[in-house]
Design a protein around this ligand. Structure first.
Ligand code: GLU
Length: 493
């Protein structure tokens, strides 16, 4: 019998997402229960959006949760490299193999040409899709254009009719018509593979036997299945996990729920409770108990207990469960966890320089800097009354700053200052004019220690969370305003 091998394949393009941890947890449990291996692979073929910082955050966040992998970019293993950006030659070789076998072809279309093709199709009332024009080129012409160094991509052929049957471990056979599939690009003009090629090649070469991934990938499954067929490879067992949802049933999004794992760490959730809660997403223990450990979950894991109704990721429910965990800790362990959370020397050393010059006694520290040890702050709209800006402008400023900070990848005082400065300039104001709004949002007080330093120390998760909270306190932002202000944001650059 072959060993079960599962994997998680995150793209390092932003904050470490709870959805990544959720899928990782289920893959881990499945592998462990079968005495198999769990692999972490980094899918960083999007050169523009992928960063090493984000990759490191994914490692740290998963480890904080207690999720460990047997092979991966940072731990090595026999099937490396485990970072797709380091596997370029492998993908090229396999893309060429498909061309030689007649399953894929070169396409030299310029973006403008494709744009025009789609516009014409739309004008005729057709669904825009690649019309196969690359297939019309003669072998000689292809050679000539390749030799001339013309930019090109490699696309896969797909059947134009019929049905693809996707065997899903949760839903059974799912039928998807082929006419919904486009002739997918496999190799981009920059010589890097797309998700489809890299994912199939890697899952095969890394010996992956079971793929548990989010159901957002189900509609494109036929392309993966076709690629396995073209290569003549056995396809792994597929399992499309239900998507996490906001309490209003929409897809989990950071607009409605914090989605970054580090947010939960900063808020003082216990990793065990987080994992427990993620394990409750669409799955339950045979005895339906709510509180269970990773070891319990591995022992009792069973795909047939996954239910397909969209699991709701609800902060209140998570907090309740976290409370259960916290209250059952031996008190020494509780104290040790609190210390590790924020009463550790490293964190205190960041805060010390800000408070030392402002207090006469240690007992003044808590009233001055208690916000460093808080999550949500008690706010009231009166705190945000502004000398120069009316209430709508105040909300606009807060929203613009929040958006700028949501896009900020490197979090330091200089860059934070620059973001706020940009918004200020747009309103012909100075940086210091906006500070009276930042203080209450971030510290809960009209004045405190340096707020820009505080934002740097609090980090992106808590800072953004508090700005969102402040906006809520001020009445929120309507859909119409969001649209209008997004234009302003674009103009800010
Ligand atoms: N890189 C994909 C992602 O970020 C992997 C999806 C899959 O598991 O195939 O979700």
């Amino acid at each position: 019998m072959t060993t079960v091998r599962t994997r998680i394949a995150p793209s390092p393009t932003g904050d470490p997402h709870v959805g990544t941890a959720y899928i990782a947890l289920f893959n881990l449990c499945f592998a462990r229960q079968h005495g198999g291996q769990f692999i972490l692979r980094i899918e960083d073929t999007d050169q523009v959006r992928s960063t090493r910082e984000s990759e490191q955050q994914i490692f740290d966040a998963l480890r904080w949760l207690g999720i460990e992998w047997d092979e991966g970019p940072d731990v090595g293993g026999p099937h490396g490299p485990y970072r797709q950006s380091e596997r370029g030659d492998i993908y090229r070789r396999y893309a060429l193999e498909l061309v030689e076998k007649g399953h894929a072809f070169y396409c030299f279309c310029t973006p403008e040409e494709l744009e025009q093709m789609r516009a014409e199709q739309t004008a005729r009332g057709e669904t825009p899709r690649y019309d196969g024009r690359g297939l019309q080129l003669s072998a000689d012409e292809v050679q000539r254009r390749l030799a001339a160094g013309e930019p090109h991509v490699i696309r896969m052929k797909v059947p134009s009719e019929g049905i693809c049957v996707v065997p899903d471990l949760l839903r059974g056979d799912v039928e998807i018509p082929w006419d919904r599939m486009d002739m997918q690009v496999l190799m981009k003009a920059d010589g890097l593979p797309t998700y489809f090629l890299a994912n199939v090649v890697d899952d095969h070469l890394m010996g992956i036997t079971h793929v548990l991934r989010g159901e957002e990938w189900l509609p494109s499954a036929p392309k993966l299945i076709k690629l396995y067929e073209y290569f003549g490879w056995e396809q792994p067992q597929l399992c499309y996990m239900p998507l996490l949802r906001n309490p209003d049933k929409s897809k989990l999004s950071k607009r409605k729920n914090p989605t970054s794992i580090t947010f939960y760490e900063r808020m003082g959730f216990l990793p065990e409770a987080m994992l427990n809660y993620l394990g409750r997403m669409g799955w339950s223990m045979p005895d339906e108990r709510e509180k269970f450990s990773l070891a319990d979950m591995i022992e009792h894991f069973d795909l047939s207990r996954i239910s397909l109704g969209g699991p709701i990721f609800d902060l209140e429910k998570l907090s309740w469960l976290n409370g259960q965990w916290i209250r059952e800790l031996p008190v020494e362990r509780f104290a040790a966890e609190v210390q590790k959370w924020a009463l550790n020397p490293e964190y205190l050393m960041k805060i010390a320089p800000l408070v030392q010059g402002r207090v006469e006694t240690f007992s003044q520290i808590a009233p001055l800097a208690g916000f460093f040890f808080a999550g949500a702050l008690p706010l009231e709209p009166g705190l945000f009354a502004h000398k120069k800006l009316d209430a709508d402008q105040v909300r606009q400023v807060m929203q613009l700053v929040l958006w700028k900070l949501e896009a900020l990848r490197q979090w330091d005082k200089e860059r934070l200052t620059a973001c706020i400065q940009t918004v200020a300039e747009h309103l012909q104001l100075k940086l210091r004019d906006l500070m009276p709004l930042m203080f209450p949002a971030i510290t809960g007080q009209a004045s405190s220690v340096s707020v820009l330093d505080a934002m740097e120390i609090l980090g992106p998760d808590l800072t953004r969370f508090r700005l969102r909270q402040a906006l809520e306190t001020l009445g929120g932002v309507s859909k119409k305003e969001t649209k209008e202000w997004e234009k302003l944001l674009a103009a800010l650059g």
